[in-house]
Design a protein around this ligand. Structure first.
Ligand code: NAD
Ligand code: G6P
Ligand code: MN
Ligand code: MN
Length: 426
Protein backbone atom coordinates (compact mmCIF):
# COMPACT_ATOMS: atom_id res chain seq x y z
CA UNK A 1 0.00 0.00 0.00
CA UNK A 2 1.27 3.42 -0.95
CA UNK A 3 -1.02 6.30 -0.07
CA UNK A 4 -0.47 9.73 -1.55
CA UNK A 5 -2.67 12.67 -0.58
CA UNK A 6 -2.98 16.04 -2.29
CA UNK A 7 -4.26 18.91 -0.12
CA UNK A 8 -5.66 21.74 -2.23
CA UNK A 9 -6.41 19.25 -5.00
CA UNK A 10 -8.94 21.62 -6.59
CA UNK A 11 -5.89 23.46 -7.94
CA UNK A 12 -5.77 23.35 -11.73
CA UNK A 13 -2.15 22.08 -11.33
CA UNK A 14 -3.44 18.73 -10.03
CA UNK A 15 -3.65 17.05 -13.49
CA UNK A 16 0.06 17.94 -13.83
CA UNK A 17 0.78 16.01 -10.63
CA UNK A 18 -1.38 13.10 -11.76
CA UNK A 19 0.52 12.97 -15.04
CA UNK A 20 3.75 12.76 -13.04
CA UNK A 21 2.35 9.94 -10.89
CA UNK A 22 1.33 7.98 -13.97
CA UNK A 23 4.69 8.58 -15.65
CA UNK A 24 6.54 7.12 -12.66
CA UNK A 25 4.17 4.24 -12.00
CA UNK A 26 6.93 1.64 -12.36
CA UNK A 27 9.06 3.13 -9.62
CA UNK A 28 6.28 4.65 -7.49
CA UNK A 29 3.40 2.19 -7.21
CA UNK A 30 0.72 4.48 -5.77
CA UNK A 31 -2.27 2.40 -4.67
CA UNK A 32 -4.36 5.16 -3.07
CA UNK A 33 -4.65 8.70 -4.30
CA UNK A 34 -6.60 11.01 -2.00
CA UNK A 35 -7.60 14.37 -3.41
CA UNK A 36 -8.74 16.84 -0.76
CA UNK A 37 -10.11 20.38 -1.13
CA UNK A 38 -12.51 22.64 0.73
CA UNK A 39 -14.08 23.86 -2.53
CA UNK A 40 -16.52 21.09 -3.56
CA UNK A 41 -17.05 22.38 -7.10
CA UNK A 42 -13.39 22.66 -8.03
CA UNK A 43 -12.70 19.31 -6.39
CA UNK A 44 -15.43 17.67 -8.44
CA UNK A 45 -14.19 19.14 -11.74
CA UNK A 46 -10.45 18.72 -11.23
CA UNK A 47 -10.88 15.45 -9.34
CA UNK A 48 -13.09 14.17 -12.15
CA UNK A 49 -10.32 14.66 -14.70
CA UNK A 50 -7.78 13.15 -12.28
CA UNK A 51 -10.02 10.07 -11.97
CA UNK A 52 -10.32 9.71 -15.74
CA UNK A 53 -6.55 10.07 -16.16
CA UNK A 54 -5.91 7.42 -13.51
CA UNK A 55 -8.51 5.09 -15.02
CA UNK A 56 -7.10 5.55 -18.53
CA UNK A 57 -3.62 4.72 -17.23
CA UNK A 58 -4.78 1.33 -16.01
CA UNK A 59 -2.90 1.84 -12.73
CA UNK A 60 -4.40 -0.34 -10.00
CA UNK A 61 -5.01 2.63 -7.74
CA UNK A 62 -8.06 3.96 -5.94
CA UNK A 63 -8.76 7.67 -6.41
CA UNK A 64 -10.76 9.21 -3.57
CA UNK A 65 -12.16 12.75 -3.55
CA UNK A 66 -12.82 14.18 -0.10
CA UNK A 67 -13.48 17.43 1.75
CA UNK A 68 -12.08 15.97 4.97
CA UNK A 69 -8.47 16.62 5.82
CA UNK A 70 -8.42 13.78 8.37
CA UNK A 71 -9.60 11.21 5.86
CA UNK A 72 -7.10 12.42 3.28
CA UNK A 73 -4.00 12.30 5.47
CA UNK A 74 -4.71 9.38 7.83
CA UNK A 75 -1.92 6.85 7.36
CA UNK A 76 -0.62 8.58 4.23
CA UNK A 77 2.94 7.99 3.07
CA UNK A 78 3.26 11.24 1.13
CA UNK A 79 1.22 14.41 1.32
CA UNK A 80 1.57 17.14 -1.29
CA UNK A 81 0.19 20.46 -0.08
CA UNK A 82 -0.73 23.21 -2.55
CA UNK A 83 -3.38 25.34 -0.89
CA UNK A 84 -4.24 28.94 -1.63
CA UNK A 85 -5.92 30.49 1.41
CA UNK A 86 -8.51 32.98 0.15
CA UNK A 87 -8.00 31.71 -3.42
CA UNK A 88 -7.27 33.98 -6.37
CA UNK A 89 -9.47 36.78 -5.03
CA UNK A 90 -7.06 37.21 -2.10
CA UNK A 91 -4.05 37.00 -4.41
CA UNK A 92 -5.42 39.79 -6.57
CA UNK A 93 -5.78 42.01 -3.49
CA UNK A 94 -2.18 41.14 -2.49
CA UNK A 95 -1.07 42.37 -5.89
CA UNK A 96 -3.25 45.47 -6.07
CA UNK A 97 -2.89 47.02 -2.61
CA UNK A 98 0.92 47.46 -2.68
CA UNK A 99 0.74 48.93 -6.18
CA UNK A 100 -1.55 51.67 -4.91
CA UNK A 101 1.34 52.72 -2.64
CA UNK A 102 4.07 52.45 -5.24
CA UNK A 103 5.26 49.12 -3.93
CA UNK A 104 5.75 45.99 -6.02
CA UNK A 105 2.59 43.86 -5.83
CA UNK A 106 3.61 40.22 -6.24
CA UNK A 107 2.09 37.05 -4.83
CA UNK A 108 5.21 35.58 -3.21
CA UNK A 109 7.61 38.42 -2.54
CA UNK A 110 7.46 41.96 -1.15
CA UNK A 111 4.34 43.21 0.64
CA UNK A 112 2.00 40.93 -1.35
CA UNK A 113 3.95 37.78 -0.53
CA UNK A 114 4.04 38.91 3.09
CA UNK A 115 0.25 39.12 3.18
CA UNK A 116 -0.08 35.68 1.59
CA UNK A 117 2.24 34.36 4.29
CA UNK A 118 0.14 35.85 7.10
CA UNK A 119 -3.01 34.23 5.70
CA UNK A 120 -1.36 30.89 5.09
CA UNK A 121 0.73 30.36 8.23
CA UNK A 122 -2.17 29.63 10.64
CA UNK A 123 -3.87 27.30 8.17
CA UNK A 124 -0.75 25.35 7.24
CA UNK A 125 0.17 25.11 10.91
CA UNK A 126 -3.24 23.60 11.62
CA UNK A 127 -2.83 21.12 8.74
CA UNK A 128 0.62 20.15 10.03
CA UNK A 129 -0.89 19.45 13.45
CA UNK A 130 -3.42 17.06 11.92
CA UNK A 131 -0.67 15.30 9.95
CA UNK A 132 1.45 14.90 13.09
CA UNK A 133 -1.49 13.22 14.79
CA UNK A 134 -2.82 11.02 11.99
CA UNK A 135 0.21 10.37 9.77
CA UNK A 136 3.32 10.88 11.88
CA UNK A 137 5.44 8.92 9.40
CA UNK A 138 4.24 10.81 6.34
CA UNK A 139 6.40 13.14 4.26
CA UNK A 140 4.82 16.53 3.71
CA UNK A 141 5.99 17.97 0.40
CA UNK A 142 4.89 21.59 0.46
CA UNK A 143 4.41 23.76 -2.62
CA UNK A 144 2.17 26.29 -0.87
CA UNK A 145 3.69 29.75 -1.28
CA UNK A 146 5.60 31.56 -0.04
CA UNK A 147 7.25 28.17 -0.01
CA UNK A 148 10.45 29.17 1.81
CA UNK A 149 8.57 30.88 4.64
CA UNK A 150 6.18 27.94 4.96
CA UNK A 151 9.14 25.56 5.25
CA UNK A 152 10.71 27.87 7.84
CA UNK A 153 7.49 27.82 9.88
CA UNK A 154 6.95 24.06 9.60
CA UNK A 155 10.51 23.11 10.46
CA UNK A 156 10.71 25.62 13.30
CA UNK A 157 7.37 24.94 14.98
CA UNK A 158 6.36 21.40 14.00
CA UNK A 159 7.60 17.85 14.15
CA UNK A 160 6.20 16.92 10.75
CA UNK A 161 8.70 15.50 8.28
CA UNK A 162 8.68 18.11 5.57
CA UNK A 163 10.48 19.47 2.52
CA UNK A 164 9.69 22.79 0.84
CA UNK A 165 9.50 22.77 -2.92
CA UNK A 166 9.56 25.18 -5.84
CA UNK A 167 9.78 24.60 -9.58
CA UNK A 168 12.35 27.37 -10.12
CA UNK A 169 15.49 25.41 -9.12
CA UNK A 170 14.88 22.50 -11.51
CA UNK A 171 14.21 24.97 -14.33
CA UNK A 172 17.33 27.01 -13.54
CA UNK A 173 19.43 23.90 -13.40
CA UNK A 174 18.12 22.63 -16.74
CA UNK A 175 18.69 26.05 -18.22
CA UNK A 176 22.29 26.10 -16.99
CA UNK A 177 22.85 22.61 -18.36
CA UNK A 178 21.86 23.74 -21.86
CA UNK A 179 25.21 25.54 -21.82
CA UNK A 180 27.12 22.29 -21.52
CA UNK A 181 27.96 20.18 -24.57
CA UNK A 182 25.64 17.15 -24.23
CA UNK A 183 28.44 14.62 -24.50
CA UNK A 184 30.11 16.17 -21.44
CA UNK A 185 26.92 16.74 -19.39
CA UNK A 186 27.47 13.67 -17.22
CA UNK A 187 30.63 15.18 -15.71
CA UNK A 188 28.99 18.55 -15.03
CA UNK A 189 27.69 20.09 -11.83
CA UNK A 190 25.57 23.19 -11.27
CA UNK A 191 26.16 25.19 -8.09
CA UNK A 192 22.97 26.72 -6.70
CA UNK A 193 22.47 28.88 -3.64
CA UNK A 194 19.77 31.01 -2.06
CA UNK A 195 16.41 31.17 -0.40
CA UNK A 196 13.14 30.40 -2.16
CA UNK A 197 12.54 33.00 -4.89
CA UNK A 198 15.88 34.61 -4.00
CA UNK A 199 18.43 32.34 -5.62
CA UNK A 200 21.35 32.15 -8.00
CA UNK A 201 23.30 29.66 -10.05
CA UNK A 202 26.80 30.59 -8.97
CA UNK A 203 28.94 28.20 -10.96
CA UNK A 204 28.81 25.53 -13.63
CA UNK A 205 31.55 22.93 -13.22
CA UNK A 206 32.73 20.88 -16.12
CA UNK A 207 35.04 18.09 -15.02
CA UNK A 208 35.81 20.09 -11.90
CA UNK A 209 36.58 23.35 -13.71
CA UNK A 210 34.32 26.42 -13.37
CA UNK A 211 33.04 27.63 -16.77
CA UNK A 212 30.40 30.19 -15.79
CA UNK A 213 32.58 33.31 -16.12
CA UNK A 214 33.46 32.20 -19.66
CA UNK A 215 29.83 31.57 -20.51
CA UNK A 216 28.77 34.95 -19.17
CA UNK A 217 31.03 36.70 -21.65
CA UNK A 218 28.45 35.99 -24.33
CA UNK A 219 24.82 36.94 -24.55
CA UNK A 220 23.00 34.93 -21.92
CA UNK A 221 19.21 34.54 -21.98
CA UNK A 222 18.02 33.09 -18.66
CA UNK A 223 15.00 31.11 -17.54
CA UNK A 224 11.96 33.19 -16.69
CA UNK A 225 8.75 31.59 -15.39
CA UNK A 226 5.60 32.54 -17.35
CA UNK A 227 4.29 34.67 -14.48
CA UNK A 228 7.16 37.18 -14.27
CA UNK A 229 7.48 40.59 -16.01
CA UNK A 230 9.28 40.29 -19.33
CA UNK A 231 12.45 42.05 -18.26
CA UNK A 232 15.75 40.43 -19.24
CA UNK A 233 18.88 40.66 -17.12
CA UNK A 234 21.51 42.61 -19.04
CA UNK A 235 24.61 40.52 -19.84
CA UNK A 236 26.73 43.10 -18.03
CA UNK A 237 24.77 42.63 -14.80
CA UNK A 238 25.29 38.87 -14.96
CA UNK A 239 29.02 39.37 -15.48
CA UNK A 240 29.24 41.75 -12.56
CA UNK A 241 27.36 39.36 -10.29
CA UNK A 242 29.29 36.36 -11.57
CA UNK A 243 26.04 34.45 -11.25
CA UNK A 244 22.73 33.70 -12.95
CA UNK A 245 19.89 35.07 -10.83
CA UNK A 246 16.44 33.51 -10.57
CA UNK A 247 13.78 35.42 -12.50
CA UNK A 248 12.41 36.61 -9.15
CA UNK A 249 15.52 38.78 -8.75
CA UNK A 250 14.12 41.00 -11.51
CA UNK A 251 12.02 42.63 -8.80
CA UNK A 252 15.19 43.51 -6.89
CA UNK A 253 17.69 44.36 -9.62
CA UNK A 254 15.11 46.19 -11.73
CA UNK A 255 12.90 47.46 -8.96
CA UNK A 256 11.85 50.74 -10.60
CA UNK A 257 11.31 49.16 -13.99
CA UNK A 258 9.33 46.32 -12.46
CA UNK A 259 7.13 48.71 -10.54
CA UNK A 260 6.52 50.85 -13.63
CA UNK A 261 5.79 47.70 -15.66
CA UNK A 262 3.31 46.37 -13.08
CA UNK A 263 1.57 49.72 -12.79
CA UNK A 264 0.94 50.05 -16.52
CA UNK A 265 -0.42 46.50 -16.91
CA UNK A 266 -4.20 46.55 -17.37
CA UNK A 267 -4.58 43.54 -15.06
CA UNK A 268 -2.52 41.89 -12.33
CA UNK A 269 -1.11 38.41 -12.84
CA UNK A 270 -3.78 37.04 -10.50
CA UNK A 271 -6.49 38.44 -12.75
CA UNK A 272 -4.83 36.80 -15.76
CA UNK A 273 -4.69 33.54 -13.81
CA UNK A 274 -8.38 33.81 -12.93
CA UNK A 275 -9.13 33.85 -16.63
CA UNK A 276 -6.81 30.93 -17.41
CA UNK A 277 -8.32 29.00 -14.50
CA UNK A 278 -11.88 29.52 -15.82
CA UNK A 279 -10.79 28.23 -19.24
CA UNK A 280 -8.97 25.28 -17.71
CA UNK A 281 -11.96 24.29 -15.58
CA UNK A 282 -14.12 24.47 -18.70
CA UNK A 283 -11.73 22.03 -20.43
CA UNK A 284 -11.45 19.76 -17.38
CA UNK A 285 -15.22 19.30 -17.42
CA UNK A 286 -15.13 17.62 -20.84
CA UNK A 287 -15.86 13.94 -20.15
CA UNK A 288 -13.73 12.84 -23.11
CA UNK A 289 -10.60 14.63 -21.85
CA UNK A 290 -8.16 12.13 -20.31
CA UNK A 291 -4.94 14.10 -20.19
CA UNK A 292 -3.45 17.40 -19.05
CA UNK A 293 -4.31 20.14 -21.59
CA UNK A 294 -1.56 22.28 -23.14
CA UNK A 295 -3.24 25.44 -21.82
CA UNK A 296 -1.77 24.72 -18.39
CA UNK A 297 1.61 25.82 -19.76
CA UNK A 298 0.45 29.43 -19.53
CA UNK A 299 0.76 29.15 -15.75
CA UNK A 300 4.10 29.69 -14.00
CA UNK A 301 4.48 26.15 -12.67
CA UNK A 302 6.54 24.61 -15.49
CA UNK A 303 7.97 21.21 -14.36
CA UNK A 304 5.90 21.42 -11.17
CA UNK A 305 5.12 17.71 -11.16
CA UNK A 306 8.59 16.69 -12.27
CA UNK A 307 9.97 18.47 -9.21
CA UNK A 308 7.39 16.96 -6.85
CA UNK A 309 7.04 13.38 -8.05
CA UNK A 310 10.74 12.85 -8.72
CA UNK A 311 11.37 14.00 -5.13
CA UNK A 312 8.74 11.62 -3.74
CA UNK A 313 10.28 8.80 -5.75
CA UNK A 314 13.81 9.65 -4.55
CA UNK A 315 12.64 9.32 -0.94
CA UNK A 316 10.49 6.25 -1.52
CA UNK A 317 13.24 4.44 -3.44
CA UNK A 318 16.10 5.66 -1.22
CA UNK A 319 17.77 6.95 -4.40
CA UNK A 320 20.56 9.11 -2.91
CA UNK A 321 19.84 11.55 -5.71
CA UNK A 322 20.53 15.31 -5.77
CA UNK A 323 17.61 17.76 -5.68
CA UNK A 324 17.50 21.47 -4.84
CA UNK A 325 14.90 21.87 -2.08
CA UNK A 326 14.07 23.98 0.98
CA UNK A 327 15.33 22.49 4.24
CA UNK A 328 17.30 23.49 7.31
CA UNK A 329 20.82 24.62 6.50
CA UNK A 330 22.42 22.33 9.12
CA UNK A 331 25.83 23.90 8.67
CA UNK A 332 26.01 23.58 4.89
CA UNK A 333 26.29 27.35 4.37
CA UNK A 334 28.59 28.70 7.08
CA UNK A 335 27.15 32.23 6.84
CA UNK A 336 23.61 31.10 7.68
CA UNK A 337 22.35 29.69 10.98
CA UNK A 338 22.10 25.91 11.17
CA UNK A 339 18.33 26.13 11.69
CA UNK A 340 17.68 28.58 8.83
CA UNK A 341 15.74 27.10 5.95
CA UNK A 342 17.66 27.61 2.71
CA UNK A 343 17.10 26.52 -0.90
CA UNK A 344 20.05 24.30 -1.49
CA UNK A 345 21.28 21.20 -3.26
CA UNK A 346 20.59 18.15 -1.11
CA UNK A 347 21.14 14.45 -1.18
CA UNK A 348 17.74 12.74 -1.03
CA UNK A 349 17.24 9.32 0.47
CA UNK A 350 14.64 7.55 2.61
CA UNK A 351 15.54 9.81 5.54
CA UNK A 352 14.77 12.94 3.55
CA UNK A 353 17.05 15.75 2.40
CA UNK A 354 20.61 16.37 3.58
CA UNK A 355 22.17 19.66 2.36
CA UNK A 356 25.51 19.29 0.61
CA UNK A 357 28.08 21.52 2.35
CA UNK A 358 29.37 24.63 0.57
CA UNK A 359 32.06 25.70 3.07
CA UNK A 360 33.91 28.02 0.69
CA UNK A 361 31.01 30.05 -0.62
CA UNK A 362 32.06 33.71 -0.38
CA UNK A 363 29.97 35.93 -2.65
CA UNK A 364 29.31 38.86 -0.26
CA UNK A 365 26.55 40.29 -2.42
CA UNK A 366 24.55 37.06 -2.27
CA UNK A 367 25.35 36.45 1.39
CA UNK A 368 24.05 39.91 2.29
CA UNK A 369 20.83 39.49 0.31
CA UNK A 370 20.16 36.08 1.84
CA UNK A 371 20.71 37.25 5.41
CA UNK A 372 18.47 40.29 5.01
CA UNK A 373 15.67 38.18 3.53
CA UNK A 374 16.10 35.55 6.22
CA UNK A 375 15.53 38.14 8.94
CA UNK A 376 12.36 39.14 7.08
CA UNK A 377 11.25 35.50 6.82
CA UNK A 378 11.81 34.77 10.50
CA UNK A 379 9.89 37.88 11.57
CA UNK A 380 7.10 36.94 9.18
CA UNK A 381 6.76 33.50 10.78
CA UNK A 382 6.64 35.07 14.25
CA UNK A 383 4.09 37.67 13.14
CA UNK A 384 1.96 35.09 11.36
CA UNK A 385 1.75 32.81 14.37
CA UNK A 386 1.30 35.49 17.01
CA UNK A 387 -0.82 38.12 15.28
CA UNK A 388 1.56 40.79 16.55
CA UNK A 389 1.35 43.96 14.42
CA UNK A 390 4.68 45.25 15.67
CA UNK A 391 6.44 42.14 14.42
CA UNK A 392 4.55 42.41 11.13
CA UNK A 393 5.80 45.95 10.68
CA UNK A 394 9.36 44.96 11.54
CA UNK A 395 9.19 42.19 8.95
CA UNK A 396 8.08 44.60 6.23
CA UNK A 397 10.82 47.03 7.18
CA UNK A 398 13.36 44.24 6.70
CA UNK A 399 12.14 43.47 3.21
CA UNK A 400 14.30 45.21 0.58
CA UNK A 401 11.23 45.72 -1.62
CA UNK A 402 9.40 47.61 1.15
CA UNK A 403 11.73 49.24 3.65
CA UNK A 404 9.98 52.58 4.08
CA UNK A 405 8.13 53.09 7.37
CA UNK A 406 5.34 55.30 6.06
CA UNK A 407 4.59 52.94 3.19
CA UNK A 408 4.93 49.83 5.36
CA UNK A 409 2.50 51.20 7.95
CA UNK A 410 -0.11 52.23 5.37
CA UNK A 411 0.10 49.07 3.31
CA UNK A 412 -0.02 46.86 6.40
CA UNK A 413 -3.11 48.58 7.72
CA UNK A 414 -4.91 48.26 4.40
CA UNK A 415 -3.90 44.67 3.84
CA UNK A 416 -4.89 43.58 7.34
CA UNK A 417 -8.29 45.23 6.89
CA UNK A 418 -8.78 43.49 3.53
CA UNK A 419 -7.86 40.12 5.07
CA UNK A 420 -9.75 40.35 8.35
CA UNK A 421 -11.73 37.18 7.57
CA UNK A 422 -8.51 35.13 7.50
CA UNK A 423 -6.78 36.72 10.47
CA UNK A 424 -8.94 36.49 13.58
CA UNK A 425 -5.81 36.65 15.75
CA UNK A 426 -4.61 40.00 14.40
P1 NAD B 1 -5.67 27.48 -6.64
O1 NAD B 1 -6.46 28.49 -5.93
O2 NAD B 1 -6.05 27.16 -8.03
O3 NAD B 1 -5.78 26.10 -5.84
C1 NAD B 1 -5.60 25.98 -4.49
C2 NAD B 1 -6.73 25.18 -3.89
O4 NAD B 1 -6.55 25.15 -2.46
C3 NAD B 1 -8.11 25.76 -4.12
O5 NAD B 1 -8.90 24.84 -4.85
C4 NAD B 1 -8.66 26.01 -2.70
O6 NAD B 1 -10.03 25.70 -2.58
C5 NAD B 1 -7.81 25.07 -1.88
N1 NAD B 1 -7.72 25.39 -0.47
C6 NAD B 1 -7.60 26.60 0.14
N2 NAD B 1 -7.51 26.45 1.46
C7 NAD B 1 -7.54 25.11 1.70
C8 NAD B 1 -7.48 24.33 2.88
N3 NAD B 1 -7.37 24.89 4.07
N4 NAD B 1 -7.54 22.99 2.77
C9 NAD B 1 -7.67 22.41 1.56
N5 NAD B 1 -7.75 23.09 0.40
C10 NAD B 1 -7.68 24.43 0.49
O7 NAD B 1 -4.15 27.87 -6.55
P2 NAD B 1 -2.91 27.48 -7.48
O8 NAD B 1 -2.63 28.58 -8.39
O9 NAD B 1 -3.10 26.14 -8.05
O10 NAD B 1 -1.75 27.42 -6.42
C11 NAD B 1 -1.83 26.61 -5.27
C12 NAD B 1 -0.69 26.92 -4.33
O11 NAD B 1 0.53 26.44 -4.84
C13 NAD B 1 -0.49 28.42 -4.08
O12 NAD B 1 -0.11 28.63 -2.75
C14 NAD B 1 0.64 28.75 -5.04
O13 NAD B 1 1.35 29.90 -4.66
C15 NAD B 1 1.46 27.50 -4.95
N6 NAD B 1 2.38 27.25 -6.06
C16 NAD B 1 3.66 27.06 -5.72
C17 NAD B 1 4.62 26.81 -6.66
C18 NAD B 1 6.05 26.71 -6.20
O14 NAD B 1 6.95 26.83 -6.99
N7 NAD B 1 6.29 26.52 -4.91
C19 NAD B 1 4.26 26.72 -8.03
C20 NAD B 1 2.93 26.90 -8.35
C21 NAD B 1 1.99 27.15 -7.36
C1 G6P C 1 6.40 30.02 -10.53
C2 G6P C 1 6.79 29.95 -9.08
C3 G6P C 1 5.67 29.66 -8.19
C4 G6P C 1 4.55 30.60 -8.49
C5 G6P C 1 4.07 30.37 -9.88
C6 G6P C 1 3.04 31.40 -10.24
O1 G6P C 1 6.62 28.85 -11.12
O2 G6P C 1 7.86 29.10 -8.80
O3 G6P C 1 6.08 29.72 -6.86
O4 G6P C 1 3.50 30.44 -7.59
O5 G6P C 1 5.06 30.33 -10.82
O6 G6P C 1 2.43 31.10 -11.44
P1 G6P C 1 1.03 31.73 -11.80
O7 G6P C 1 0.70 31.13 -13.10
O8 G6P C 1 0.10 31.32 -10.68
O9 G6P C 1 1.20 33.21 -11.83
MN1 MN D 1 2.43 2.49 3.09
MN1 MN E 1 8.17 28.91 -6.60
Amino acid sequence: KLKLAVIGAGSTYTPELVEGIIKRRNELPVTELYLMDIDPLKLEIVGGLARRMMAASGMPARTVLTAELEEAVRGADFIICQIRVGKLAARIRDEQIPLRHDLIGQETTGAGGFMKALRTIPELSRIAGVIERLAPEAWLINFTNPSGIMAEMLLDRHRVKTIGLCNVPINMERDARKRIPPERAAGAAVEYVGLNHLSWVTEIYLDGKGILADQLRGNFPTYRPANLPKIDFEPELLRELGAIPSGYLTYYYYRERSLAHLKQEPRTRGEVCREIEAELLQLYRQPDLHEKPALLERRGGHLYSEAAISLVSAIYNDKKEEHVVNVRNQGALPFMEDRDVVEIRCLIDRNGARPLPMPHFANEHIIGMMRALKAYERLTVQAGLSGDRGLALQALLNHPLVGDYGKARTVLKEMLAANRAFLPHF
